[in-house]
Design a protein around this ligand. Structure first.
Ligand code: THU
Length: 160
């Protein structure tokens, strides 16, 4: 028997200006995109942006449905859009921001379990870790890979 310990590391920023401009812009794209969220049921307007290897930025928002289980998360929409429009371009980074009750959330919001799995798929697909920036007014958290917060993930190797 052995104990397996999983450690994870995150970087915390307190101001956008502490972050390299490329990623600042990615976060701003996610923040701006929240204004286009279709979230009439929750009022929780999520924006997600994806930075591709060629420098292009694709953003998406959550898409809700009167049949609640059909709601789609912003991260999933942004990644599907990136995959549809730029099918063979590596994804380097993502950012997520939420506008709720008249302001951006104080705390960063981290992707739900399903979105972690969807992000994990893209890391496996391209063999490229995806840096994830989670915006909050009080702090911005960055992790180097979704695998840090999705240990023991089910992935392409599981099917071999
Ligand atoms: N939502 C996202 O867009 N991303 C997440 O990671 C968590 C939740 C959306 C789904 C729903 O439209 C609203 O936020 C409230 O759960």
């Amino acid at each position: 028997m052995k104990i397996i310990e999983h450690r994870w590391k995150a970087t915390e920023y307190h101001d956008l200006t502490e972050i390299e401009e490329l990623y600042q812009n990615l976060i701003i794209a996610a923040m701006e995109k929240t204004s286009e969220s279709y979230s009439p049921y929750s009022g929780f307007a999520v924006g997600a942006s994806v930075l591709l290897e060629d420098g292009s930025c694709i953003a998406g928002t959550n898409q809700e449905n009167a049949s609640y289980p059909l709601c789609r998360c912003a991260e999933s929409v942004a990644l599907s859009t990136a995959s549809a429009l730029h099918p063979n371009t590596k994804i380097m980074a993502m950012a997520v921001a939420v506008f709720h009750r008249g302001q951006f959330t104080q705390e960063p919001i981290s992707p739900c379990g399903a979105c972690r799995q969807i992000i994990r798929e893209q890391e496996g697909r391209y063999g490229q870790d995806i840096a994830l920036y989670m915006y909050g007014q009080s702090k911005i958290i960055m992790i180097d890979s979704i695998q840090l917060i999705l240990p023991l993930s089910f992935n392409e190797n599981s099917l071999k």
